[in-house]
Design a protein around this ligand. Sequence first.
Ligand code: G
Ligand code: MN
Length: 316
Amino acid sequence: MDIEASTNRAMAGVVELNPGGRGRRHSGIGNEGSVGASLIETADLDVGQPAADMADVEDTILMPAADGVELVWQPVRDARDGGAILYHEALARFPDEMDREASPARHVEALERLGLAPAFDRGIVGRVIEELRTDPFAVLGVNISAQSADTGGWWPDVALLLREHSGIARRLVIEITETAPYPSISQAIAFAAEARALGCRVALDDFGVGHASLRSMLALSPAIIKIDALFVRAAASSTAAGAMFRHLVGLAVSTGALVVAEGVETPEQAARALDAGATWQQGYLHGRPSRVRGHEIRAQPDRLAASCPATREFRA
Ligand code: G
Ligand code: MN
């Protein structure tokens, strides 16, 4: 389906039913009923998608714009002595999901099935840029769907904002998740190049489990590659799984990218990842996603620049 057309159609329904474009849900618990029900009905008729997916659309598209989504920060640290913070990944949390570890993955997957992830991403990217603007010491990663890796869509507005506020782009890591395929790989390449030219770091997220991850690893030339948690978790289970983890990290390192092992929960996993070459790590061992924005957990804004040039030669 054409993403832009489907976004416009669905957004037309949203705007019509919610004059002013602000969400409901500030109370957090429950569904006030009529707006939600009519949106589902209308959208179901107009777009012809399952009602459950449309309920997710209502939450996920309206809430970031309405500040209804909370952003928590999780550090990416140097696993060697000191545990220096490279940046924090800003993770979206929905207020009705009281378990603060809950990931929005389920909602995002519903949006991706509908081709609507870019509308959600736009809201979150805006929120993250706002945090970077108000806090000159923040260095943040934001997740976007592969569906958003496009020089059309929301990118021109964001690029303009980044140009106007110099110094923000170099503190922004754009993590592209590949749970959905790229609508166009040539668009994704152009998107990554433009983001890089502005000074942003492009990261390939969930490496090893996404769509087309080897192709995009070569084509997008990401500054950062994040190895999916699956591999470090499995690594201890057998010699073969351990070897696979080591090789996967080695493959990522060989591109010249800065490599982050995700989902590190134990000292043993940290040691194994470090030994494999994943100097940078993220996971509960190194810090849980948190609301805290305190200075004691700050990243050094220059560390990202020093550790990870936005552009580099492909070394493999
Ligand atoms: O796809 P991405 O890597 O951006 O997803 C991050 C998600 O993983 C977040 O929802 C976060 O809360 C969760 N997470 C972060 N670190 C850990 C960890 O060490 N263990 C587990 N199980 N989940 C984690
Ligand atoms: Mn991520």
